[in-house]
Design a binder for this molecule. Sequence first.
Ligand code: OSB
Ligand code: MG
Length: 373
Amino acid sequence: MKTKMKIERIELLLLELPYVHFFETSLGREEKRAFILVKVFGDGICGYGEVVADESPLYSYETTSTAWLVLREYLIPLVFEKSINNPQDFYLEANRYRGHPMAKAGLELAFWDLRAKTENLPLWKIYGGDKKEIPAGVSVGIQDSTRQLLKRIDGFLQEGYQRIKIKIKPGWDVQICREVRRQFPDILLQADANGAYSLADKDQLKELDAFQLLMLEQPFPPYDLWDHSQLQKQIKTAICLDESIISVKTARQAWEMGSCRIVNIKVGRVGGIVEARKIHDFCQQKSMPVWCGGMLESGIGRAHNIHLATLPNFRLPHDLSASTRYYAQDLIEPPVEITPQGTIIVPEGPGIGVFPQEGRIKRATLQREVFKK
Ligand code: OSB
Ligand code: MG
C-alpha cells in the first residue's frame, strides 16, 4: 500500500520492568528487563514497536545502547530522508545497513502497527493469518533446585499451558530431564540450551533421546550450522535452531545441511516481519514446522508476536505466555491471558489490537528522545 501519509515524529523510550520471577538460562540470571519502545506517529495515529535487545550482549551482540545508537544515527534519519511511511519500504531501505536486526525490527514493527491501524485492520489480517487462537507454551528457567523446578512446572500445567520448555546447561540437563519426565510422563516437553554445548558434549546430548523431547533448541552457539548438522545426524531428538537462524538465507543453509528439523522464529533476531515471513514461507515449502519464540517482551512486543503466530506454518506451541507470567503489571490492556484450553485468543482490534497504557509506560521510562524531520 502506497499512501501519502507523512511520518510526523518518532519517539524512542528506554524502559525497565522487573520480572515477577527471575529468569535464568545458560547465559545467566536476570531479575528485570531493559528494552526500547518505538513509537511512530503519522496522521495522528501512533504505531508501537518493541526492540528486544537486552542490556548486555548475551543472547546476541545487540544491546539497548547499540540499538538506541543505530536507531538514532542511522535508521530514524533514513525514514525522514527517504520519506518512508510503510514497513516494506523501511525493510528495503534499512537493508543497506549490516546487522543490528533487533533495532531494525523494533522500528519495522511500529510501521506495521501504524499501517494496520490506518487501514483499521488487525495485524493478523494484514499478514494473512488463519487462526483465531494460538497454542501457548511456557519457557521455564533454571531454578535453584529440582524440587522448585517441578513445582513451577506443575503450576504452569495447572494454568493450562500446552507445552513446557526447560532451560538446560551442562550440569542441569540429563538428570533434570529425567526427573521432569518421571513426574510428568505425558506432557509436551522441550529443552533449550542457548548454545551452551559443543560437539565434544555429543554423548551427553545423545542421552536426551531417552526423554521424548519435542525438540532440543540451540545446543551449540549461533554461528555453528555445520556442527549442528553433525549432531542432528547422531541424535533422534529434533534440533530446533533459534540463535543460528538470522535470515531466510541461514534458514535455507540449515535446511540444506540438515542442521535442524524445526525453526524458532523471533522477529527481533531476524530483523523484522518481512524477513520472518520469508523464513516462514521457506520452511513451509520444505515442510519444516516453525513456532514463535519470545524474548520476555512486554505486552506490546508479545501482541506483535501473537499476530505473527497466526500464519499457517506456525504449527507448534509458542513461547507466548500470559502477562502475569512475566510482569506484575503489563504495559497493555487487556493483558494477555491463557484460556483453560491453553490457548491465547488473537486480538481483533486494529493494529496490535491491544491498548498500551501510557501512564504505566511513563512510570517505567528511564530515557526518552523525540525525532522530527
Ligand atoms: O532462547 O528462547 C530463548 C528469553 C530470552 C532470551 C532467549 C530466550 C528466552 C525464552 C523466553 O526462552 C521466552 C518467552 O518470552 O517466554
Ligand atoms: Mg531459545
